[in-house]
Design a protein around this ligand. Structure first.
Ligand SMILES: [Zn+2]
Length: 152
């Protein structure tokens, strides 16, 4: 829930004060927040969206994709290590951006005021998205998707 009353996505329905919301979000401690790499803002669905038939991939299909991506990562590092565990030197080695991607991340750093830490997180997530799509390199759509998952 976005707030204690649970209606935080809809300003008209939310009965919380800014103080309530601040106290509520503070319950997630810093070290826990640091471990979260993906943030997705969600909003309440309306009746049309709820009734719309929009099935995604089945869990088994997704599971296969995830296992393959993990295998790619284990092979990359030669050990049971995943992209999320990359050190700075790994990031330099395995998250090489082409000119176009570099331009995008430069723009994001400037306009979104990204920290070094967030920048590294974005690269790790982009590497994982590239692995999930079986791509050798981080490409523009992977990077752009990764940028959308940062914490606001
Ligand atoms: Zn509320």
């Amino acid at each position: 829930n976005p707030c204690p009353c649970g209606n935080g996505f809809d300003e008209d329905l939310c009965t919380c004060t800014p103080f309530d919301i601040r106290r509520y979000t503070k319950k997630l401690s810093g070290p826990i927040i640091d471990r979260i790499d993906l943030y997705i803002e969600i909003y309440r669905l309306n009746e049309n969206e709820i009734l719309k038939d929009s099935r995604g991939d089945r869990s088994e299909v997704i599971r296969e994709r995830v296992l393959e991506a993990r295998m790619i990562q284990n092979n990359r590092f030669g050990q049971e290590k995943l992209n999320g565990d990359m050190l700075n030197e790994d990031i330099e080695k395995y998250c090489i951006l082409d000119k176009e991607c570099e331009k995008i991340i430069r723009g994001a750093i400037r306009s979104l005021n990204l920290s070094m830490r967030t920048y590294h997180k974005i690269l790790k997530v982009a590497r994982t998205i590239a692995d999930l799509s079986g791509s050798k390199n981080i490409e523009k759509p992977h990077l752009m998707e990764a940028i959308t998952y940062r914490k606001n």
